[in-house]
Design a protein around this ligand. Structure first.
Ligand SMILES: NC(=O)c1ccc[n+]([C@@H]2O[C@H](COP(=O)([O-])OP(=O)(O)OC[C@H]3O[C@@H](n4cnc5c(N)ncnc54)[C@H](O)[C@@H]3O)[C@@H](O)[C@H]2O)c1
Length: 371
């Protein structure tokens, strides 16, 4: 049986960038018995192991990726993430040209080093009907949206295709679809599940900042001011250096922290966001968090923290569970936003919970005890 016709969870990737690279490498790394299981939250979800997930379709717009097998494209420039599974078996899925829409920021073209930016392929862009047809022909179960921040129109295009083809949608990016009531209702009405929005990395700045904020609350410490500054050197950070693309990312990251604070901080007392592009950092992301508060007796305290992580494996450690929860929801005939996985795995879910509560809820969802 060839790679494309084996059973399991059949995935389409939209955007074959660094996060997709780590995700695809992880599928090979965690093949049964190949390596130990360090880095996984769950070996099995609803009977699915990472080895049951396979990529059967993919879209990108970069000329170094379009036309190549996904297993090669994930290592093409400008991808720069850690290579932990260098010898990938061919997937049999060739990266197709997608519609560019607002996926590529104009300012990327001004960056002097082409090996670090997107280079749009000179290929015909597909219609919606052609993408839907390709999803149907490949029997795709779950579509993973890995487009650049600010890709509102492109995300909506692919979400429309998923709806029409009846494919579950995992929205890894801060374009609001699962958390937008109109889109949520459309997925519900079409009988299609969606998990989103904006993936919350495995041990990234957001979850650490949230857990510390929750800790202040639980320990009775009044949080007065906080910032979270992030630097990185991948295309995600270069793309986000155009502030006009950042609006929804700022909302998503800031609300993720506000949602677990004892009381909302005034806007001027909270600053959370991507801060700068530092080319030599490549896919390494460094977060600087400062929190200022008042202890017993109103006595001031502050906390400074620095977190250094490889950005893309950090998202793939969550994506590997999101994709299996989306498939499980589809198997169970659920539709619309799937609340517990969205809350545990995403920064901007339809319903925010503390991470402790979301963890309990997601375990109950996996066990079949909740939706
Ligand atoms: N790393 C994390 O922990 C994390 C967390 C939250 C959200 N995200 C988000 O995930 C997304 C993907 O991140 P990444 O690091 O892989 O980005 P990336 O820049 O490496 O990859 C984006 C890919 O999309 C392609 N693309 C651009 N326009 C397209 C179009 N119209 N159709 C198809 N493909 C198109 C690009 O060519 C590129 O290959 C970003 O929006 C990022 O903010 C990542």
């Amino acid at each position: 049986m060839d790679a494309l016709s084996r059973p399991g969870i059949r995935v389409a990737l939209v955007g074959v960038g660094n996060c997709a690279s780590s995700f695809v490498q992880g599928l090979q790394h965690y093949r049964d018995g190949a390596n130990d299981l360090a880095g996984l939250m769950h070996l099995e979800i609803g009977g699915y192991r990472p080895s049951d997930v396979r990529v059967v379709a993919a879209w990108d717009v970069d000329k170094r990726k379009v036309g190549r097998d996904v297993a090669e494209a994930v290592f093409a420039k400008p991808n720069c993430t850690a290579v932990f599974a260098p010898d990938l078996d061919p997937t049999g899925a060739t990266v197709r040209m997608g519609p560019v829409l607002d996926g590529v920021a104009e300012h990327m073209g001004d960056y002097p080093d082409e090996s670090r930016t997107f280079l749009v392929a000179d290929e015909a862009e597909p219609s919606r009907a052609e993408v839907v047809e390709a999803l149907r022909a490949a029997n795709v179960d779950v579509m993973m949206n890995y487009l650049p921040v600010g890709s509102q129109k492109a995300s909506e295009f692919y979400a429309e295709c998923a709806l029409e083809a009846g494919v579950a949608f995992v929205n890894n990016i801060p374009v609001f679809i699962a958390s937008d009531p109109v889109w949520a209702e459309r997925f519900r009405a079409a009988g299609v599940p969606i998990v989103g929005d904006d993936i919350k990395a495995q041990l990234g700045a957001t979850i650490v900042h949230r857990v510390l904020t929750d800790l202040f609350k639980k320990r009775g410490v009044k949080l007065e001011r906080t910032y979270q500054l992030n630097t990185g050197g991948n295309t995600d950070f270069l793309n986000m250096s155009n502030r006009t693309r950042l609006a929804s990312k700022k909302v998503s990251k800031t609300e993720a922290v506000q949602a677990v604070a004892e009381r909302r901080l005034e806007d001027e007392n909270i600053h959370v966001g991507p801060s700068d592009y530092v080319a030599w950092q490549n896919d390494n992301k460094v977060a600087f968090i400062r929190m200022e508060g008042q202890l017993f007796g109103g006595v001031p305290m502050n906390l400074e923290m620095r977190l250094s992580v490889e950005d893309s494996p950090n998202s793939a450690g969550v994506a590997i569970d999101m994709v299996r929860c989306a498939a499980l929801a589809r198997d169970r005939g659920l539709s619309g936003p799937i609340l517990a996985p969205s809350a545990f795995f995403c920064k901007h879910p339809p319903e925010q919970m503390t991470d402790d509560a979301a963890h309990r809820e997601v375990e109950a969802f996996i066990a079949g005890e909740a939706g």
